[in-house]
Every structure is written in structure tokens, then in C-alpha cells.
Design a protein around this ligand. Structure first.
Ligand code: BES
Ligand code: ZN
Length: 456
């Protein structure tokens, strides 16, 4: 039976595949919030059952956190691993959703049909593109394309605390010829792409305490140090006027873009104006001597993700607060060392504290940047398969986001990660009203069938 028959089966089965995805999306598997622990477990059970129903030897594997789902199928040919994550981000602010985030809907929009709901794009919809491709393959051909291992995680959105120990303990079982990861997007929402560069991530939370308790700002204002003033000064000093990050040693290990990659990226003709316009902006705000693509793919960043303190409720309260807080993250590239940067950042902050102030830090994850070596001929085969499906030459691109497991596959298992995904820039990942285009889902499934055909 030919690939065309598998593709026809995918087209015919799309309504049923969509129903299955909606079913999975109804499970609120928010990994970071302990209140949803049972739901994460339920999402893992759902996947185990779905894989088992297809005849795959799948099981739920306990970890100190949320379970992994591991499955094995097939014999012969290359041994592929498929990774996706079944956990999702929290939904707040809930009031900005037009609908219940866990009551997913198919919506007609001016740009086409979308599947709306938390996790539709990141990452349940993407994960199911691979599952559905295999389902159609088996239904049409009566057999699997090759030997495949499923590795589905439930803690990706909360920093994957159980991942490295699990990979080390089960290295023999998880070692394969290549690791397919479906958790990225199309280039400019249109061009199929294989991601060859991912940024790392370092998170730090800090609390600055000045007076031992909240004070009346009339009685104490002027004589008492205000921790929000201290925090603001520190935060404002993290970038200089050209957008460069001022943490000492921060740029150690940041490489210049190789000429070949620079030329390749220029060929992509990225329309940064449209990219910014979509979110109500017009000017690239990163390091001023860098191109827009460098700013999002190959340069490191420092962002304040949250800052709070004092009175933030309705009305007004003349308080001089005791504490001020911030959550700060750094995206890392090249060989930047997250732990060295953490230490340097903490020293910089501590050195800037005026008398009577104290700072407390808590760490939130630290992962290095990673890149894929595309010299394995499987990369060119997959690129051709994607080009065939989308009728646009597929591109090798960077990704500003972080998927720490890509680096772990290389370091722990010696397996090259191949990152292929079908998300679009306006999917609203991690935000209210997340969606996945029906086109992404449908052509994503078809793309995997073509990639499997090309690799086997
Ligand atoms: N799927 C995303 C990564 C991503 C982001 C791909 C943007 C393409 C575009 C992934 O699930 C994610 O959100 N990762 C987190 C890191 C994690 C350690 C919390 C991120 O990048 O913030
Ligand atoms: Zn994801």
C-alpha cells in the first residue's frame, strides 16, 4: 500500500482524530499546580489507553512528579523515538478567556478553522499529530513503519524535574537512532521547518526586604528605604542603553553567528515588521547592533516576567512596603553556563543593595542552549518530506523558546534531536485563548506520515 493511501486515510479520519484531541484537551493537566495532580495522571492514563488501543505496548511509568508514558512498537528499520508533552500551562488570567479553557471548541475564524483550548498547540495537538499519523499508517498498511519508542512527559511546562533521572535510569530503553520532537512551529506561520537551535533558560526569583514590616508612608516616607525603589533600580540596570545585558561575564560563551548560518537566515527574508505588528509593536527592542532574527534565535536575553510589591488592589493605600519581588529569566545561547550566570547575577544584585536591605533568591530551572547536528542524512530526508506536504521548501531555523530535553537527548543518550512542529506565531502559547489551526493539525498529521515514509 502506498503513502497516498495513508494520506487519504488521514483526510478521511480527520473528524474522528479531532474528536480524540478534544477529549484529551478536556483534561486539565496543569503540571505546575499541585491541585491538578490527579488530572495529570488522568491525561497519562488517557494516552496509555489510546496507544494500547492501537496495539502499542504502552505503560504509565511513575516518577517522583508526574508520570511518563513510554511505549514501544515495531521491528526493524531505523529506531525512532517520539517525544511530546501532555502537561499544559496554567490558565490564569481566566477572565481573559472567551471560553472555558478546558471545554475546547472548533471555531470558524477569518483565517480558517481553529481548535481552541489550553494545550491545543502546546503540546497536546502537536503530540497527537504523530499519534494520528501512526494510527492511519497501521490501519492502511497493517503494520508499523519501523521500530518506534514513545516518550511522553507530564512536567515539561514546570521545568522537567524528573526527566534527567528518568532518562539516566532508562537510558538503554530510550536510546534510539534519532529523537523526533513535536513542540515547535512553522516559520512565519507558513513555511515548514526543522529547528536546529534552541535557547537555554535560567530562572531566578528574588525578594528584597527593607523595613521589617509594612509602614505608613507618611510617618516613615523619606527616612525609611523602600524595597520597591531598590528593586526598580536593580531591574533598570540589567540592560544598558543599547540593549546589552550588564550582568558581569554574561556574554562568556556567546558565539558569533557562523557566516553560513547568517547567509541562510538572510535567505529566509524574515518580515519582522509583520511579526511585531501582530502584537501591537513596531520597533525591535533587543541589542541594537543585531538583526531581528538574531534577537529571537541566537542572542541571549534577560526578561522580567513578573514584579510586585506593596499595595496593588483597587483604590489607593499609602503604604511603604516591607518587601518587593521579581521573577527574572535569561534565555541562553551557545556555551553560556547557567550556573555561572546565576552566581554572577546574585552577586551583582547583592552588591547593589543599600544598607538595611536584604535579598533572598530562589532558583527556577537552569538549562543550556542546544543545537542539532544536521549532518545525518535523515535530516535532509525529513526536510524533503515536509517540503512535499506544504509545497514550500522546508527551512532549517532557530527557536527562541526552550525545550531542555533536546540537549538531554544529546548529552545523556547521544541521540540527535530532530525538532519538527506545526504551531503558528498567533497560537497564543501560554496565554488566554490558545488555539491550534485545523490546518496545523491536519497537515501536521500528513507531514509525519511523509516523514515516516521518508525515514524508513
Ligand atoms: N513548546 C514550548 C517551546 C516553544 C516556545 C516552541 C515558542 C516554539 C515557540 C515549550 O513547551 C515551552 O514553553 N518551554 C518553556 C521552557 C520550560 C522549561 C518551562 C519556555 O520556552 O519558556
Ligand atoms: Zn511545549
Amino acid at each position: 500500500m502506498s503513502l497516498d493511501a495513508v494520506l487519504a486515510r488521514i483526510d478521511q479520519d480527520l473528524p474522528a482524530a479531532t474528536d480524540r484531541l478534544l477529549d484529551l484537551l478536556r483534561i486539565p493537566s496543569i503540571s505546575t499546580d499541585p491541585a491538578f495532580k490527579a488530572d495529570c495522571d488522568r491525561a497519562a492514563d488517557w494516552l496509555v489507553k489510546d496507544l494500547q488501543d492501537m496495539g502499542i505496548d504502552a505503560s504509565k511509568r511513575p516518577t517522583p512528579g508526574h508520570p511518563m508514558v513510554v511505549g514501544h512498537l515495531g521491528n526493524g528499520g531505523p529506531h525512532l523515538l517520539f517525544y511530546g508533552h501532555y502537561d499544559v500551562q496554567p490558565v490564569d488570567p481566566l477572565n481573559l478567556w472567551d471560553n472555558d479553557p478546558f471545554d475546547p471548541q472548533i471555531e470558524d475564524t477569518p483565517k480558517g478553522k481553529v481548535i481552541r483550548g489550553r494545550g491545543s498547540s502546546d503540546d497536546k495537538g502537536q503530540l497527537m499529530t504523530f499519534v494520528e499519523a501512526l494510527r492511519a499508517w497501521k490501519a492502511v498498511k497493517g503494520d508499523w513503519p519501523c521500530k518506534i519508542t514513545f516518550f511522553l512527559e507530564g512536567e515539561e511546562e514546570s521545568g522537567s524535574p524528573s526527566l534527567v533521572p528518568f532518562m539516566k535510569e532508562n537510558a538503554d530503553e530510550l536510546k534510539t537512532d534519532i529523537a523526533l520532537i513535536c513542540d515547535t512551529g512553522l516559520f512565519e506561520s507558513r513555511t515548514p521547518a526543522i529547528v536546529t537551535m534552541l535557547r537555554g533558560l535560567l530562572g531566578e526569583e528574588l525578594t528584597i526586604t527593607a523595613p521589617s514590616k509594612d509602614l505608613h508612608s507618611g510617618m516613615y516616607g523619606g527616612i525609611a528605604m523602600n524595597p520597591i525603589r531598590v528593586l526598580s533600580r536593580i531591574v533598570a540596570s540589567l540592560h544598558d542603553e543599547t540593549g546589552r545585558i550588564t550582568v558581569p561575564g554574561f556574554y562568556d560563551g556567546v558565539p558569533e553567528l557562523p557566516d553560513e548560518l547568517e547567509a541562510q537566515w538572510q535567505g529566509l527574508a524574515f518580515n519582522h515588521q509583520a511579526f511585531l505588528e501582530d502584537v501591537g509593536l513596531s520597533e525591535p527592542a533587543g541589542e541594537q547592533d543585531r538583526t531581528p532574527l538574531e534577537m529571537i534565535w541566537s542572542r541571549p536575553t534577560c526578561e522580567v516576567n513578573g514584579i510586585w510589591g506593596g499595595y496593588t488592589g483597587d483604590g489607593f493605600k499609602t503604604v511603604l512596603p516591607s518587601k518587593a519581588h521579581a521573577k527574572i529569566s535569561f534565555r541562553l545561547v551557545g556555551d553560556q553556563d547557567p550556573l555561572a550566570i546565576r552566581e554572577s547575577f546574585r552577586k551583582m544584585v547583592t552588591d547593589m543593595l543599600p544598607p538595611d536591605c536584604e535579598v533572598e533568591f530562589s532558583p527556577h530551572g537552569a538549562s543550556k542552549a542546544s543545537g542539532a547536528d544536521t549532518s545525518d542524512p535523515m535530516f535532509e530526508k525529513a526536510r524533503k518530506a515536509l517540503s512535499d506536504e506544504w509545497q514550500i521548501p522546508a527551512a532549517y531555523i532557530g527557536c527562541g523558546g526552550s525545550i531542555p530535553i533536546a540537549g538531554h537527548f544529546q548529552k545523556i543518550l547521544g541521540t540527535e534531536p530532530m525538532l519538527i512542529g506545526f504551531g503558528k506565531d498567533d497560537d497564543q502559547l501560554h496565554s488566554p485563548n490558545e488555539k491550534y489551526d485545523m490546518e496545523s493539525f491536519h497537515k501536521g498529521i500528513r507531514s509525519w506520515a511523509r516523514v515516516l515514509d521518508a525515514l524508513t
